[in-house]
Ligand binder design. Structure first.
Ligand code: PHE
Length: 456
């Protein structure tokens, strides 16, 4: 078997794992979900879940990826004890990766379109109704949205087809660093907005009363989904990057780096968006369009706003593309691992598949808008997102936990040995009882009560 292509540097690995983690989940999903569930109190629960549930699961995914040297399409086949059926998990996991891309690419397309609109100065001197109207006009145009989606999909696969080091690693590195710098500048601008204070309070001062209003059970379920979504855990999407690194570093340290970077970006996105909502009188619970109806105002009011706005959407687009490229990398390895075909062939076929599969999400906003699967006003996007974030990711994480702690799976000792090979922060042996029993119990409980709260 040939050695797998490796990343050229540790920074490259951290940034691409962070690139996979940091994406629309941070800049688009985090602010709008936080807005829907009442702000700071929700953020606290989300942060807690990141640390007590998310962090151990990323370490497990990296460990399974590094030990098996395979994507989720083959990692369980390689590590499972003879005669067991863990490898069947590949099917829901691969389906989850596809399902994610089926709506993610559409939002990636919105970002691309907003780059253009900003650069053209479309929003200059527009009032709130006008800005919302522009967004609505885009949603109402299936041809435009399809074109944008296809553009994003093709671009993603072109980057992947260029190969791991030349394509994925290089591009992600540049994109992530530029994103961090630009966001910092926008945070400073937003903190100085007149009338933005109330937004900061909404975002940073916990008010559990508000959380109760939104429904505690549902909010906790949403926080779980967001924590897993933002870290990309539960369906082997991030595991694969464990298969591209050597054994010099222990995995817990790497996981902490990824989590911290991811959280910084989400936190900054909130700092940019919430003061702006309050300064320009936009409801923070507007939903998936929140980013697109608040930010044009910010830029309109800023000196040089057209340039800033264009740059902002370019980097948001980068954040989306870096995640898309990372997940496409997974889709391509599913195909190469399972059929042994070449990377180019795998890329072309997966590209076609994703283009077709992404159509329902696009049409859900216009031709099929009568289909409202999760209640009035909901769309295909909401359904696909719910299936991935609130089902595949938490349940898939349970599979990783069971696999890494059960003697009928890979087992605790082997997991620990892999995770703790190298230098850096060790995964503590003492937390075994917590990881094996408490952590899955928490996930399962939140999952079950989430269904009750949401649907009964
Ligand atoms: N973490 C990514 C984001 O925040 C989304 C993602 C979820 C990617 C699951 C892969 C797997 O945008």
């Amino acid at each position: 078997m040939m050695e797998r292509e490796k990343f050229s540097s540790r920074l490259g690995f951290i940034l691409i794992s962070a690139g996979c983690a940091i994406g629309l989940g941070n800049v688009w999903r985090f602010p709008y979900i936080t807005g829907q569930y009442g702000g700071a109190a929700f953020v606290l629960i989300y942060l807690l879940f990141l640390v007590i549930l998310g962090l151990p699961v990323i370490v497990m995914e990296f460990a399974v990826g590094r030990a098996s040297q395979r994507s989720v399409a083959l990692s369980f086949d390689r590590l499972e004890p003879k005669g067991t059926k863990w490898h069947l998990f590949k099917y829901p996991a691969m389906a989850g990766n596809y399902l994610l891309m089926m709506f993610y690419t559409t939002i990636g397309g919105w970002m691309a379109y907003y780059v253009l609109k900003m650069a053209r100065g479309d929003f200059e001197n527009m009032d709130a109704a006008g800005v919302e109207g522009e967004f609505g006009a885009m949603l109402g145009n299936p041809a435009l949205m399809t074109g944008l989606m296809v553009l994003v999909v093709v671009l993603g696969f072109v980057i992947c087809a260029a190969g791991l080091q030349k394509g994925v690693e290089k591009i992600t590195k540049i994109m992530m660093i530029s994103l961090l710098v630009l966001m910092l500048a926008l945070v400073i601008n937003s903190l100085m907005l007149e009338g933005g204070r109330e937004g900061l309070e909404f975002y940073l001062r916990p008010d559990f009363g508000k959380l109760m209003e939104a429904g505690l059970g549902e909010a906790v379920f949403a926080a779980l989904g967001q924590a897993f979504f933002t870290l990309s855990i539960g369906m082997g999407a991030i595991a694969i990057f464990g298969s591209y690194i050597g054994r010099e570093q222990r995995l817990t340290g790497e996981a902490v780096n990824v989590m911290v970077l991811d959280t910084i970006v989400a936190f900054m996105a909130g700092l940019i968006i919430f003061p702006a909502c309050f300064a320009y009188d936009i409801q923070p619970d507007a939903g998936p369009n929140l980013l697109f109806i608040t930010l044009p105002h910010v830029f309109q009011a800023m000196p040089g706003g057209r340039l800033w706005g264009t740059l902002f959407f370019i980097f948001m687009f980068f954040a989306a593309i870096s995640t898309i490229v990372a997940v496409f990398q997974d889709l391509i390895s599913f195909a190469t691992d399972l059929t042994g075909c070449s990377v180019k062939k795998a890329a072309v076929r997966s590209c076609l598949a994703i283009c077709l599969l992404s159509i329902p999400c696009v049409l859900g906003f216009n031709l099929w808008s009568g289909f409202q699967p999760l209640g009035p006003g909901s769309t295909v996007l909401d359904l696909e997102d719910f299936l991935v974030s609130n089902n595949v990711l938490p349940l898939g994480s349970l599979v990783y936990v069971a696999f890494c702690t059960s003697r009928y799976g890979w087992g605790w000792d082997r997991f620990l040995e892999e995770a703790n090979t190298g230098k850096g922060l060790a995964f503590p042996r003492a937390v075994r009882i917590y990881i094996k029993w408490v952590l899955p119990a928490i996930i399962l409980f939140i999952f079950l009560q989430g269904y009750v709260a949401k649907f009964l």
